[in-house]
Design a protein around this ligand. Structure first.
Ligand SMILES: [Ca+2]
Length: 309
């Protein structure tokens, strides 16, 4: 009997393990759920904070494993066509880069300047654009970077250096779009990433990193969203869960369409359709007045007849 019970328990345990969904590797940080928007909700022509960001998942970027002391926050949204990121950076040492360096191919400035980098997990083969499937964060990723002066750069882990490195004008907007806003010791970056194909619901492995150039020619310590991984260790990235739910409910449009009757035109129909009203006090008064007039007229006739006698 005991053997039978033990066997049943063993079968139940195995069956339970079999229905546990495959998920990201243990230890990968889950940042939370990210809801969906329409592309028209985001204006990529400037670095302003669109109102729809109020409905986005916020991820703090302040892990000091990379030696940085600055802080920032990145908000995340997605649509049928793109991943969106909006980042606010508090940088007390804003440093502008010399744009002529970029034209000269001085690519090293790319990652030591004040800048925001988004890394997204993909499958491991070099050149692959497929976002890593759920539960299988590979050690590969693409980087999408924007500096505070609005210079983009992009690279894939294990890409061919420097052929696969894109910077400045070489970054095609079919890859990703970017916008920046500077405001004293703050700056804001906006990413719209379309290169990795149409997003779909599920887990998305990512790292967010802010580089802080403290002075021209100086060091550039970093802060990250997740200290468990470095910049490129995609198998240790945290992840968000893209859920197929609208981030907000669109407000009801109050304007009456031109081809529909205005409410005022409906009112007469309602009145016509109503039953005739019951006699009122006013009607009774009219009847009584008429009766008095008839009696008075009769009285005049009688009076005239009496006078004629
Ligand atoms: Ca700085």
């Amino acid at each position: 009997m005991k053997k039978t019970i033990a066997l049943i328990l063993a079968i139940m345990i195995i069956a339970t393990m079999a229905i546990i969904p495959v998920s990201a590797a243990p230890g990968n940080e889950n940042y939370g759920n990210v809801k969906k928007i329409s592309d028209s909700d985001i204006n990529m022509s400037n670095g302003e904070r669109d109102s729809v960001w109020d409905y986005a998942l916020a991820i703090p970027v302040a892990d000091d494993t990379g030696g940085g002391t600055i802080t920032g926050t990145t908000w995340v949204l997605w649509s049928d066509t793109a991943f969106y990121f909006y980042t606010e950076v508090n940088d007390p040492t804003p440093v502008s880069v010399d744009l002529s360096d970029w034209e000269d191919g001085d690519y090293f400035d790319a990652w030591i300047s004040d800048s925001v980098e988004i890394f997204i997990s993909v499958e491991g083969d070099s050149g692959n654009l497929d976002v890593t499937p759920t539960g299988n964060f590979d050690d590969a990723c693409w980087q999408f970077r924007i500096d505070r002066d609005g210079i983009p750069s992009s690279y894939q882990r294990n890409g061919a250096w420097t052929d696969d490195f894109m910077c400045g004008a070489s970054v095609n907007k079919d890859r990703y779009e970017w916008a920046v806003k500077q405001d004293g010791n703050k700056y804001y970056t906006k990413h719209k990433i379309t290169m990795l194909g149409a997003p779909h619901a599920g887990e998305l492995g990512l790292q967010i990193q802010i580089n802080d150039l403290e002075e021209e020619g100086g060091g550039a310590p970093q802060v990250r969203a997740n200290g468990a991984s470095g910049s490129w260790d995609a198998d240790q990235f945290g992840y968000v869960v893209l859920v197929d739910e609208p981030a907000y409910i669109a407000p009801v449009v109050e304007d009456t369409p031109a081809d529909e009757p205005a409410p005022a035109e409906v009112v007469p129909d309602v009145i016509v359709a109503a039953p005739p009203p019951a006699p009122t006090t006013g009607d009774a008064g009219i009847i009584a007045f008429a009766a008095i007039m008839i009696i008075a007229a009769a009285g005049v006739v009688v009076f005239k007849k009496q006078t004629a006698k």
